[in-house]
Design a protein around this ligand. Sequence first.
Ligand code: FES
Ligand code: FES
Length: 165
Amino acid sequence: MTILTINGTEISVEVDADTPLLWAIREEAGLTGTKFGCGIGQCGACTVLVNNQPVRSCSVPASALQGQAITTIEGVASAGQLNPVQQAWLEWDVPQCGYCQSGQIMVATALLKQAQHNTPPSTDFIKQQMNNICRCGTYNRILPAMHRAFELAQELADDATEQEG
Ligand code: FES
Ligand code: FES
């Protein structure tokens, strides 16, 4: 038995030593927002966060992640409020079929967490980091949506600072 911490909740899963995290999330935890694409670590559809870092869940065994903080697409909004990436994705109407989008949002959310206050990343950096595959070709909406997500995150941070002051 392996205890996984997914979206802040401990879940006990019955998995073999080499069962990919993806299947523990989908089949054991019942969280189906994380998608299966290639199964070989290439497409990014299965991306989740482990300790705030993007990880392709088809390519890492669940049994290795006991005690780590795993976040899936179901866990990025908080208190019913979309995170800045989700909000920006809506504003830019990014998804087409939607299949790759939970993975895209997880990578974008990790980038947002890593960004330095007041120094949003360059377009080149975003292009380099956002390397999940989208068969519908939504890349030219993902880029402006990423810039918008950083603006929204900045506004939230500024509001929080004002409230503290
Ligand atoms: S399903 Fe994991 S990278 Fe494609
Ligand atoms: S929106 Fe269809 S695969 Fe990306």
